[in-house]
Design a protein around this ligand. Structure first.
Ligand code: ATP
Ligand code: MG
Length: 552
């Protein structure tokens, strides 16, 4: 029978391993380094690893890869935890910390020394580089390479006990200085560095290198499939060497896949951090960024991100995914879930001259035309309304069906109105549009079968709530180049447009920060969690209504 879903290459590897009985159950992990906030690329790794564990009845480990004290901070630990939970990756209330394995890692290092597989080297960093050779030339053995295990053990213990200066000695694996793979030319396993660690304080003055620590962390936890990104492909022989020489009975294996890149945004922790540090964006959660905290603040949902990852799939070669695909996923997720409300972003007054001055009517409006279950609400209608400036023109442009003198349009859920006149200020700017309404067209229904081509939205002026609306566009324009020659980011000047004088319908007064809505004809918007106060609503545009992307 043909399989309904074609399996990705990682699923194929896992199924093969399970069939051969290599593992009783699989264990995957997500191992972030707490040196920044997570971004959309990390979400891919989280959902991939978590999804595989779930699919095959295995375990998923959430582990902080915190072996490098320089850049790590508790602020990052907390934010990463929040993001993983938000995405719905259930880690069974257990968080692993690589730094909790420092003792065991140290034991593994001594084990290798005793086996004659590691040695203490006194070459300076420059000398080590020189001795390493190049891609075309083999390296040379360090003069310290033939120290005896006893001598190495004594020196390594002295390193640990703080008897040497930072950087004066390292522990190296004894592999092959002529290897075609530079990573195998006696890589450094431990270095001396007196640094305060966020978890272990000043317990240690020697720290393991990533290529030594990572396979050990995986092996200690019984990880079976250690999934990482392609840049580690060349490190795999070293990964295998470490778990083999440390003699693990069920060694994990490393599998690489392509990183996720999105067009017109900045992925990569390093670049995002620079934008934050340089104050170009409003922190790690600036809604133009694709960190998970920014996406959450902007109004993206975990469901939309999971859907996006399903559409993207898993590949072995690098490619950039169209940002519009992510937009498609959020639009599709919110479409049936969110109320459709009225907001006027660039307001101009509309006065219905034949509507009684003191009268207020309450129109019964469906919360979501495509989802009856969402019920209805009452929306006030009266003589003075706000409409979008753009929905009125003095001179009719071609194919324009909205308001201009003499034309009749439908006020959505309101009445038919015909423009009779308009008022301008000294500079000729339109300040008011004057209309008459047809009392027979209540609810926006034609009384006699006559048709109007334009439908516009509105809010009742005396009831409307003032709001600030922030419109976002891609932070960079890929075609113009993401980075300038000096390495700075080539920011799109329109990436943030702030509209201060918008009006939203009164029902939004009840909205809580984080709530999202469709603003009819405009897009999806989320009440900002950071800058909204009791008297000041700030909405972020999540995504506009239209899309250039359609899934196949
Ligand atoms: P960056 O490349 O943004 O600096 P990183 O690789 O330094 O990120 P880590 O904290 O080391 O960040 O990553 C944790 C996990 O997330 C790793 O397994 C890494 O391979 C994975 N990961 C990081 N970036 C991406 C990406 N763009 N696509 C898929 N997985 C990623
Ligand atoms: Mg990394």
């Amino acid at each position: 029978m043909e399989e309904a879903i074609s399996k990705n290459f990682i699923e194929q590897i896992i199924e093969e391993d399970l069939k051969e009985g290599k593992y009783e159950k699989i264990v995957t992990r997500f191992p972030p380094e707490p040196n920044g906030y997570l971004h959309i690329g990390h979400a891919k790794s989280i959902l991939l690893n978590y999804g595989l564990a779930k699919e095959y009845g295995g375990d998923f480990h959430f582990r902080f890869d915190d072996t490098n004290p320089t850049k790590e901070k508790t602020e990052y630990v907390d934010s990463i935890k929040e993001d993983v939970e938000w995405l719905g990756a259930d880690y069974d209330q257990t968080i692993y910390f690589a730094s909790n394995y420092f003792d065991r890692m140290y034991e593994c290092a001594e084990f290798l020394i005793k086996k004659g597989k590691a040695y203490v080297c006194d070459l300076t960093p420059e000398e080590i580089r020189e001795y390493r050779g190049t891609l075309t030339e083999p390296g040379k053995n360090s003069p310290y390479r033939d120290r005896t295990p006893e001598e190495n053990l004594a020196l390594f213990r002295a390193m640990k006990n703080g008897e040497f200066e930072d950087g004066s000695k390292v522990l190296r694996a004894k592999i092959d200085m002529t290897s075609g793979n530079m990573n195998m030319r006696d890589p450094i396993l431990y270095r001396i560095a007196r640094m305060e660690h966020h978890n272990t304080g000043d317990d240690w003055c020697i720290y393991p290198m990533y290529d030594f620590a990572h396979p050990l962390e995986d092996a200690f936890e019984g990880v079976t499939h250690s999934i990482c990104t392609l840049e580690f492909e060349d490190h795999r022989p070293l990964y295998d060497w470490v778990v083999k020489e440390c003699e693990f009975v069920h060694p994990p294996k490393q599998i690489e896949f392509a990183k996720l890149y999105l067009t017109n945004v900045v992925t990569g922790k390093r670049y995002i951090k620079k934008l934050v540090d340089d104050g170009i964006v409003d922190g790690w959660d600036d809604p133009r960024l694709v960190t998970l905290s920014a996406l959450r603040r902007r109004g993206y949902t975990p469901e939309s991100i999971r859907r996006f990852m399903e559409l993207v799939g898993v590949a072995k070669s690098h490619s950039s995914v169209d940002y519009a695909m992510l937009e498609y996923c959020i639009r599709d997720d919110l479409k049936l879930k969110k109320p459709r409300v009225s907001a006027v972003l660039d307001p101009i007054k509309l006065v219905i001259t034949n509507y009684p001055e003191d009268k207020v009517e309450y129109m019964e409006v469906k919360n979501n035309q495509e989802n009856e279950e969402m019920g209805t609400r009452k929306v006030p209608f009266c003589r003075e309304l706000y409409i979008e400036r753009d929905d009125f023109k003095i001179e009719r442009p071609k194919k324009y069906f909205r308001l201009y003198p003499g034309n009749e349009v439908r006020l959505m859920n309101g009445y038919f109105v015909t423009c009779t006149d308009y008022v301008t200020d000294e500079d000729g700017n339109v300040t008011e549009v004057l209309c008459t309404y047809d009392p027979e067209s209540r609810g926006g229904n034609s009384p006699d079968g006559r048709k109007v081509k334009g439908t516009i939205h509105w809010v009742a002026a005396p009831f409307a709530k003032k709001a600030e609306v922030r419109l976002y566009e891609n932070i960079v324009d890929e075609e113009k180049g993401v980075y300038n020659e000096d390495g700075s980011v080539n920011l799109n000047p329109d990436s943030l447009i702030i509209l201060k004088d918008c009006y939203v319908e009164p029902s939004l007064e009840e909205a809580a920060p984080g709530d999202s809505f469709q603003f009819v004809r405009q897009g999806y918007f989320c009440l900002d969690t950071k800058d909204t106060t009791k008297d000041h609503m700030v909405f972020n545009r999540i995504v506009s209504m239209k899309s250039s992307y359609q899934p196949k």
